[in-house]
Design a protein around this ligand. Structure first.
Ligand SMILES: CC(C)(COP(=O)(O)OP(=O)(O)OC[C@H]1O[C@@H](n2cnc3c(N)ncnc32)[C@H](O)[C@@H]1OP(=O)(O)O)[C@@H](O)C(=O)NCCC(=O)NCCS
Length: 329
């Protein structure tokens, strides 16, 4: 069965799900910043009908971005003694992983500094996402609703223990859980990693990437919610952006706490996340999720091993029905 991004809904998907979508990229409400934004093609790799070259192209792309994702990248692939190709294929055919690619389909051109060649057909962005049953759609709905009645600290405590240790499902436990093959109309979508070619970052290519991935979760799989643990790489970054005095004070406080105790206090983290939401500064880890329409719920003091983010993340939830109503996906 072939399902296109614009199809009318999950009812069209029966007991097996095969997504093979190749179409010009829908930009949703993306702020069109990139000169190549009309020369992109989105595809979701159908594990039952894949061309080997798709996975090789993906691996080539990922390898070319080495170093760009820090700790998170190292946690994703290349488990001891296992080839990335084999690991990915198994997780896609036997498991609930979906791999999405964005290819450049314009004429060959030079990009970046120093300029290097971008060739037609090259992968310029990718996303891995999966289905998970670790939480229910009702729980995600209740967290979004609770934003009006609860403080961010209360929401974090609802999601974590008071000392910041996780009773909740960590990034790794969701990523690695053996949930069996992807089945339509069940569970939630979970975004594992969005990656944009380092030569093309800052051009909002992540928005059309996520817009199409979210539409795929809604239309082809039937998910109502997709969630992610957004990184906060500017929290632990050495660079203190000028003019962000309040957030810089919190970054310094967070780094000191992390150095002394190995974790960041919930209050410090949430003041930082709230400061970002109030527009007092930027952290690109949260910024690109919000641009794509996510609700930022609360900080998560320990979500994964990611020194750049002081192991912190932010819980973000995409309400897919809401985004569809707003014609954003
Ligand atoms: C996160 C990522 C996917 C965003 O993609 P993108 O297409 O560059 O997204 P945007 O253009 O919307 O830029 C996002 C923010 O990064 C900033 N940015 C600009 N150039 C940048 C660069 N070279 N490197 C990092 N961030 C940059 C932008 O100013 C923007 O800030 P804002 O949200 O305050 O406006 C991309 O930076 C990336 O691949 N990073 C490495 C992988 C990673 O950490 N992924 C996130 C974990 S899932």
């Amino acid at each position: 069965m072939t399902v296109t991004v614009g199809s009318s809904g999950a009812n069209e998907v029966n007991d097996t799900i095969k997504t093979r979508m190749v179409k010009p990229l829908s930009l949703g409400h993306a702020p069109v910043k990139s000169p190549i934004s009309d020369k992109l093609q989105f595809e979701v790799i159908d594990p039952h009908d894949l061309r080997e070259s798709q996975i090789y192209d993906f691996i080539k792309f990922r390898n070319s971005q080495e170093g760009g994702v820090g700790g998170v990248e190292r946690q994703l692939h290349g488990r001891e003694g296992e080839s990335i190709f084999h690991s990915l294929l198994m997780r896609m055919t036997n498991g609930p992983i979906r791999l999405a690619l964005v290819r450049y389909i314009g004429d060959d051109m030079l990009v970046g500094e120093p300029a290097t060649l971008l060739k037609t057909g090259d992968v310029v962005a990718s996303n891995e996402s999966r289905q998970t049953h670790k939480y229910s759609p009702e729980y995600m709905r209740s967290l979004i609703a609770a934003q009006t009645s609860k403080t961010m600290d209360e929401l974090t405590l609802q999601f974590t223990n008071p000392d910041g240790t996780p009773p909740f499902s960590t990034f790794a436990s969701i990523r690695d859980s053996v949930d069996g093959p992807l089945k339509p109309n069940g569970g939630l979508g979970f975004l594992i990693l969005a990656l944009v070619d380092r030569r093309l970052r800052g051009q909002s290519l992540s928005t059309p990437l996520l817009t199409n991935v979210l539409a795929m979760h809604h239309d082809s799989i039937g998910h109502d919610y997709v969630f992610a643990y957004g990184r906060l790489p500017e929290l632990g970054g050495e660079r203190l952006p000028s003019g962000e005095d309040e957030l810089n004070a919190l970054r310094t406080e967070a780094r000191q706490q992390f150095e002394q105790t190995g974790k960041v206090e919930i209050q410090t983290l949430n003041r930082y996340v709230q400061g970002l939401l109030d527009g007092n500064g930027r952290d690109w880890g949260l910024g690109f999720h919000r641009k794509a329409g996510a609700h930022a719920i609360c900080g998560i003091p320990y979500s994964y091993d990611d020194p750049a983010s002081l192991n912190c993340g932010a819980l973000v939830i995409y309400d897919l029905k809401e985004l569809r109503r707003q014609a954003r996906i």
